[in-house]
Design a protein around this ligand. Sequence first.
Ligand SMILES: [Zn+2]
Ligand SMILES: [Zn+2]
Ligand SMILES: [Zn+2]
Length: 472
Amino acid sequence: MDNIEVFDSPGKGRGLRATKELLSGDVLFSEPPFAAVVFDSLADKICHSCFRRQDKLQRCGQCKFAQYCDKTCQSAGWKEHKLECGAIKAFGAIGDNFGKAPNENIRLAARIMWRLDKEGGVMSDMQMTSLDDLENHISDMPEDDLKELKVDIHNFLDYWPRNSKQHRVDDISHIFGVINCNGFTVSDQRGLNAVGVGLFPNLCLVNHDCWPNCTVILNHGNQSAVNTVYHSQMRIELRALGKIEPGEEVTVSYVDFLNVTEDRQRQLKMHYFFDCTCEHCKGHIKDDLKMGGKEVDGVPEEQVKEVTEYSLQMLQKMDKARMEGNYHEVIKICRECMEKQEPVLADTHIYQLRMWSTASEVLAYLQFIDEAADYARKMVDGYNKLYHPCNAHLGMATMRAGVTHWQAGKIEVGHGMICKAYAILQRTHGPTHPITKDLEVRHETCTHTHAFSHRNAHTQGTISKIKVTLTT
Ligand SMILES: [Zn+2]
Ligand SMILES: [Zn+2]
Ligand SMILES: [Zn+2]
């Protein structure tokens, strides 16, 4: 931790600041979870020890809830699962809960409590704060959330074994409050799907800025047979997005910048209980681009407003069709909406960008590659005008667009995009992340193929193997 230190950030409470100059792509710190659990809905699809998605998992013979890749993962995860195993079994035997395991919040809270009990709350050298000192924001919670909290605590007390150390209800609520505002979503090994939730104490100290100087990424590490001695090598990394001066506060964004100021502020208030006063919020920077009309023709403001409202309704319709897996309907809605949007809205209007993004993704999935590539390019052009040049979402979108172009035989443009995506992801995800490594291979293949593309068009096959994943 010689890059950073804890300090009092004016108006924000505690925060972290750089102690020396940092450059784009530098890792400020990395840390394993204090505790982490798999989401309820994915409990039988994700390994409870290494958090990788596997086709075939083995169930724990005792609780019949936890699932593992194999014996190695099971024994590696036993330290965290031992007390939980008996508790899940006992919980599922209680009348009302018959056959059920407690929800993910309760399982995470219990894992945290067991670990605190065992280690006596002593911090390791690598941990910059104790869990006691983290904010719980319970006093800010709205009525409905407080009701849910009460139910969770009630179930927690049913779940918590009599022979484990007993805690005051206040201390239990504190942990639930900390999870509520600091729980970090854990993704699978490819980094594409959310699979669980964990608590990373140092990360809790990093404050928000809508235009941050750092990004956080989860890396599962390289799994080799020799290296599975530890439960999981899963760690988060805090990476610099540009040059950071000594003394400068380090920040990440808790929300996507592809929302207007008002929406970002609402989300931040609702989930994290603060009013953002960052420069981008104060100046409403880029809001005009995100909600604007087409410049060239001087479209009347009324018409922009009308199409914006229409788009919002169509987006809701589209999301519904998509959830139902009705992809042809999704395309129909997109086409209908885009026809109305294109003559009126700016090419950076976020509702139009969402349509282009979905249309390109779904069309690629349905094998309409040419059309998919066109929309992907429009999407990336818009993103480039809105996002920080080193934004992880921008990197991922550019990668997807590059691959789609490549598949459509538009080698020149595809190659350019893949180069650009590779440059971004090397900094936001780091060179060892599976996505970056994957892209490195594609990049090499495509640089090579590009040079000979007029002769060797068939080598395109190699790059097509990057899966165009539907993020439903
Ligand atoms: Zn595993
Ligand atoms: Zn078990
Ligand atoms: Zn802000």
